[in-house]
Design a protein around this ligand. Structure first.
Ligand SMILES: [Zn+2]
Length: 445
């Protein structure tokens, strides 16, 4: 049959429909959604916009614009009017320990008294609570002795068995002999270790391969462990690097070869210096950050995850030890220095080193107390942390399509939250999360 001009027009549409045809027994695709809210913060700039709605199709953001424009682009879309709230990207916490309650002061007892199964069960509740409080992505930087249970939880969340944030896990972490907790056990008592212990470049390469094969999306290393204060104002907090240069180079090379990034716990100048020399992707804590190190981080695009909350928690208790107070003060100065120098600062609470019940949003509020503007702190928890979570991947590889989170932009995941008030005016608005969507699915109405 000779097609009529009209059917010629329709033909490409039919072909498109056929290409996307669902199997007969699959549930029908949900209609696109237009999200309407009084205000919108897209995660990138300083501005809170008005009159901008978001079109969600499947698990992705399709477009932004006025409701009329989006209705024209997607006829039949369901409109959700969220009212007098600010819509923003789902929040990201880039430093958590979901396998730890944070409630037990004695790290070794925690490892002895709680089975990995018990810890994993608790972690499912913590994941759910984190999601409902507005955190749609977590970077969980080592399971503190719970082996690969974090990777199991990430898989359970991805397959919809339990609700929770997108979880990028570091599994076991890496330290050399004597380089991490517990560090106060009698030599003839066998206790599980908080991190995987390996020494020498070859053993560390093998450990990186093991962790990646069991689900690690990040390699977490303890670049230093013991530190000391000095009277030199140019380098007030120093440390003994845990690994040799050859060992660090092997870890980073092996991880990067697999497209996996490296997060380095580094407190003192020497640990940060060694980690930067080796080419890590983020510095965790960084209390000993100096001008020279901040400059090197900017030049290399390395992110700082300052984890302020443990210090805020420590400062609440009467500080008997003036040296601890000094380390806290240096941490505060490091955040201000990093912000001034333009270091990428990503939000990370270190929840699990203190109780999760305190909530994750407190870190973002604390970053403002430490000198960031509310918009900077919001970017730390959205676009900056989101770019940290991107895979290392050569752009010409097709399967490396950016798994964008932390921004309201076309093609990024439809991870969005709505808060009462305007968080750019008052950061505490983040503690009033009223609505949560992850991957186009509403988890909190
Ligand atoms: Zn930590």
């Amino acid at each position: 049959m000779k097609p009529s001009p009209a059917s010629l027009v329709i033909l490409p549409l039919l072909l498109t429909a056929a290409a996307h045809a669902q199997p007969a027994d699959a549930p029908p695709e949900p209609p696109p959604i237009i999200l309407k809210a009084a205000r919108l913060f897209d995660g990138k700039g300083d501005a809170v916009k008005t009159g901008v709605a978001v079109l969600v199709s499947g698990d992705r953001i399709a477009a932004m614009g006025s409701v009329a424009t989006l209705e024209k682009a997607a006829p039949g879309a369901k409109i959700i009017d969220l009212g007098d709230v600010t819509l923003l990207p789902g929040l990201i916490d880039a430093h958590t320990h979901i396998m730890s309650t944070g409630r037990d002061d004695d790290y070794a007892l925690h490892l002895i008294k709680e089975s990995v199964v018990t810890r994993a069960i608790g972690a499912t509740a913590r994941a759910r609570a984190a999601l409902l409080s507005g955190f749609t992505s977590l970077r969980d930087v080592e399971s503190e002795g719970a082996m690969y249970a974090d990777a199991d939880l990430a898989a359970a969340i991805d397959s919809g068995v339990v609700p929770g944030p997108r979880l990028q896990v570091a599994t076991r972490g890496l330290a050399p002999t004597g380089g991490y907790l517990p560090d106060d056990i009698a030599w003839d008592v066998m206790v599980p270790t908080g991190a995987q212990i390996a020494d020498g470049p070859d053993a560390l390469r093998q450990a990186v391969r093991e962790q990646i094969s069991h689900g690690a999306r990040w390699i977490k290393i303890y670049a230093d462990f013991s530190m000391y204060l000095t009277t030199n104002p140019a380098r007030p907090l120093r440390s003994m690097p845990n690994f040799t240069g050859d060992e660090l180079a092997a870890i980073v090379d092996e991880a990067h070869r697999h497209g996996v990034k490296v997060a380095a716990h580094a407190m003192g100048w020497d640990g940060i210096d060694a980690a930067l020399k080796a080419g890590v992707d983020s510095i965790e804590h960084g209390n000993g950050l100096t001008e020279d190190l901040a400059g090197r981080m900017v030049a290399k695009g390395v992110a700082l995850v300052p984890t302020v909350t443990p210090w805020v928690e420590a400062a609440k208790k009467p500080v008997a030890n003036p040296r601890l107070q000094k380390v806290i003060d240096l941490g505060k100065a490091a955040v201000a220095r990093a912000a001034k120098r333009g270091v990428r600062i990503a939000n990370g609470s270190d929840a699990g080193s203190y109780p999760w019940e305190n909530g994750l949003a407190g870190e973002i509020v604390a970053l403002v107390d430490y000198g960031l503007t509310p918009a900077q702190a919001l970017r730390a928890a959205t676009s900056v942390a989101g770019s940290l979570l991107d895979r290392r991947c050569p752009p010409e590889r097709a399967e490396c399509e950016r798994e964008a989170v932390g921004v309201i932009a076309p093609r990024s995941f439809a991870d969005l939250i709505a808060v009462e008030g305007d968080p750019v005016k008052d950061i505490k608005a983040l503690t009033k999360v009223r609505w949560v969507m992850k991957g186009g699915v509403v988890y909190k109405e």
